[in-house]
Write a protein that binds this ligand. Structure first.
Ligand SMILES: *Cc1c(COP(=O)(O)O)cnc(C)c1O
Length: 717
């Protein structure tokens, strides 16, 4: 561990360092509580980053904790949990497949969303990878992840007073995050290289990537960084940012991810049994593996068979522009000798990934991944069907419903997304060991035993926490913008902790239609103000990709609306959506609003996080909600069977349905209270929502599905 620059940790609590460097703490609130107890203010200031915390904490605070018997007791409780957790023998995988496998599943992803202190994710794809890794650890899968440790990560968002999104990049110092250099079996730090062709003033060259390690419970991530000597400045930038740069930069990045990633595993002495490509970004890994096999004496056809038998590919988007594709001329320059190394013709090589677009033939990462993997899937039932339609041309002799793309519906890592307040209630009513049975629907029948009074009290507390959080964030923003003290003071009365609160937070991609709510502003105002008592308030958050002008225009509209007479004070936009903001919002809101243009939401997962916390979904029947909705656990906006002549017609119909639901169902149900002030019908829906959503859309269910249906069959071939 890199303890240079740490405040010396007293011996009695020295294992705090070990805890800090194992992201196990991200889903164990008890572990986070240790740091908070030492210095609560600092814990907030370092944005819940224990490594930075241990560098900045005062010696006196550590000494005080080391001499506080109550702290020591808690510290030992946490260590006991930690040590018990790290025994492979007790895990689901070891018990289910006792004779199986020391060789791991290697999971490649361009982003990993593990915690707010590691900004190496942009949205749902990254959060899914992070949750997958945590669950692989919980279940005891032999599992390594491969990706990038972007020094500048994804951007921090601020909103100007006129509503413009501004992006800033903060350099992450790796000594200040829970990452350490990775070492090869011979004790050397791992550095890999990939050949790149001439560009700008640079000659043909090798670009080098240093490999870092992040421990996530029993699972390990190996993340690459090109910001090292002796790379040229342009190459150092390669891994600087997530989805930055132009198309050539993107291609080079994907070469480092796929090819460099395989080389990193080799250098580490890791020989995976299965390779899982999470989205097409990493698809070049199949070329590196084919090159190795051909060099070892196999024909290309034999290599292809071996690779297909051991490769899983998950596609994530029905939006065509979401699939990377490069012109052949670029591929010729970046892979001048690949076809020779594979002992095939240039044409056969290009054909492997060929997708004809209106502007000419391209080398598509999705086509490459589909052709070179034996098992492939979409991320919800509906998305599976959409993918079969979208990619059916690759299997011209098969009817659409026999195209071999299956689906595994996404899920969420329960313990990462469950409010600690609710967790305490679940511990009481579901039994202490409930976290070992998360995917068992029978377990969740226990929700019925929670008295409405107890659950309602917790829900009120969670809403109050969210209102408090939004006030604090708003105050910080106004202070940054130089507002007067009375403006800062006024944030104390922003929003009402007793009012029906609706959350909308996600990437501001236009298909998600963040502005649909404002389709008929006068009607919205009537809903918001109700009869003066039955009021509604909305909290928005989300980032648009810095080059997505229409997405940024949506942010501007939502932001400006939030100052309009009749809406001001009842709609608020929170800056810099990230895992922390998401965690607060999915727990504290009463209703989770999602209005994608069907069928463009492949799955969506924020609604699953909401559902776990008893926040009722009010959503279009798209992605996971088309499977999750049962008529009693939330609401479905729009008519899933309708066909529309235009996007305007679809918007209009969906908006009308949304207003009708708010007026006739959501608001009346929330405010209908009995003599004790409890909304009985609402609580019935909340319980139905948790009971049905928590097991089915858990990461436990999802990773077991991947293991049993996709990973294990690879081993049996
Ligand atoms: C869960 C999550 C997402 C994905 O949610 P969607 O429903 O797909 O929008 C995106 N960003 C963050 C920060 C999240 O926590």
């Amino acid at each position: 561990m890199n303890q240079i620059g740490f405040t010396p940790v007293p011996n009695r609590i020295s294992r705090l360092v070990e805890i800090a460097y194992n992201l196990w703490w991200t889903w164990h609130p008890e572990a986070q509580e240790l740091f908070r107890r030492i210095d609560a203010r600092l814990w907030e200031d370092v944005y819940h980053n224990p490594v930075l915390f241990l560098r900045e904490v005062r010696q006196s605070a550590l000494d005080k904790a080391a001499n506080d018997s109550e702290f020591i007791r808690e510290y030992h409780n946490v260590l006991t949990l930690f040590d018990e957790y790290h025994v492979f023998e007790h895990t689901w995988f070891k018990q289910t497949f006792p004779n199986r496998l020391d060789r791991p599943i290697a999971y490649f992803s361009a982003e990993f969303g593990l915690h707010e202190c590691l900004p190496i994710y942009s949205g749902g794809l990254g959060v899914l990878s992070g949750d997958h890794t945590k669950e692989a650890s919980d279940l005891g899968l032999p599992f390594v992840g491969v990706g990038f440790l972007y020094p500048q990560g994804y951007f921090k968002q601020t909103i100007t007073p006129s509503g413009e999104q501004e992006a800033s990049y903060v350099k992450v110092r790796f000594a200040e995050v829970p990452a350490t250099p990775a070492f090869a079996p011979d004790g050397k730090e791992v550095v890999v290289s990939v050949d790149l062709p001439a560009r700008y003033n640079l000659p043909d060259r090798k670009v080098y990537a240093k490999v870092y390690k992040i421990q996530v419970g029993l699972a390990t991530l190996y993340l690459m960084d090109t910001d090292i000597h002796p790379n040229a400045p342009e190459d150092r930038e390669l891994s600087a940012r997530l989805y930055g740069g132009d198309q050539e930069m993107r291609l080079a990045q994907e070469m480092v991810l796929g090819i460099g990633g395989v080389r990193a595993l080799r250098a580490l002495g890791i020989e995976p049994a299965v390779y899982h490509m999470n989205e097409g970004h990493s698809a070049f890994l199949v070329l590196e593996r084919a090159r190795e096999l051909v060099a070892a004496g196999f024909s290309f056809a034999e290599a292809q068979d071996i690779i297909r038998g051991t490769t899983v590919f998950t596609t994530h988007t029905p939006v065509p522009a979401g699939h990377d594709a490069f012109p052949f001329s670029m591929i010729d320059r970046y892979f001048p000798t690949m076809h020779d190394e594979l002992k095939i013709s240039r044409e056969a090589f290009l054909e492997l990934a060929r997708q004809d677009q209106s502007w000419g033939p391209t080398f598509s990462m999705t086509v490459l991944a589909l052709r070179m993997s034996g098992r492939h899937n979409g991320v919800s039932k509906l998305h599976g069907a959409v993918s079969r339609k979208m990619w059916g041309w690759l299997w011209p002799d098969k009817p659409e419903d026999e195209v071999p793309i299956t689906h595994v519906t996404n899920g969420i890592h329960t313990e990462s997304w469950l409010s600690p307040r609710l967790k305490a209630l679940f511990d009481e009513f579901l039994g202490k060991q409930w976290t070992l049975r998360i995917d068992d629907p029978a377990l969740w029948e226990g929700i019925e035993y929670i008295p409405d009074e107890d659950l309602w009290e917790i829900m009120n507390d969670m809403r109050a926490d969210l209102v408090h959080f939004v006030r604090m964030r708003t105050r910080q923003r106004l202070a940054r913008l130089g507002h007067a003290p009375h403006d800062l003071q006024a944030t104390e009365s922003l929003l009402d902790p007793n009012v029906l609160t609706i959350g909308f937070a996600r990437r501001f991609a236009t298909y998600k239609r963040a502005t649909l709510l404002f389709h008929d502003v006068e009607r919205l105002k009537r809903i918001i103000h109700g009869d003066g008592i039955r009021r509604v308030q909305f909290i928005f958050a989300g980032k648009a990709h810095p080059r997505d002008e229409p997405g940024k225009a949506f942010i501007r509209e939502v932001y400006q609306r939030s100052f309009e007479p009749g809406l001001a004070g009842h709609i608020i936009f929170v800056e810099d959506y990230d895992i922390n903001v998401a965690r607060q919002m999915v727990a504290g809101a009463d209703v989770w609003l999602n209005t994608p243009r069907r069928p463009l939401e492949a799955s969506g997962t924020s609604g699953q996080k909401a559902g776990l916390n008893g926040t009722l979904n009010l959503s279009i029947l798209d992605g996971w909600w088309a499977e999750g909705f049962n008529g009693k656990n939330g609401w479905a906006i729009g008519d899933a069977s309708a066909e529309y002549d235009s996007e305007e017609a679809q918007n209009h119909a969906d908006a009308m349905s949304l207003y009708d639901l708010l007026e006739n169902q959501v608001v009346p149900t929330f405010y209908q209270r009995d003599e004790k002030g409890i909304p009985r019908q609402w609580m019935k829906m909340v319980k139905e929502c948790i009971r049905t959503i928590a097991p089915q859309f858990s990461m436990t269910r999802m990773v077991k599905d991947y293991t049993v249906r996709l990973y294990m069959p690879c081993l049996e071939e």
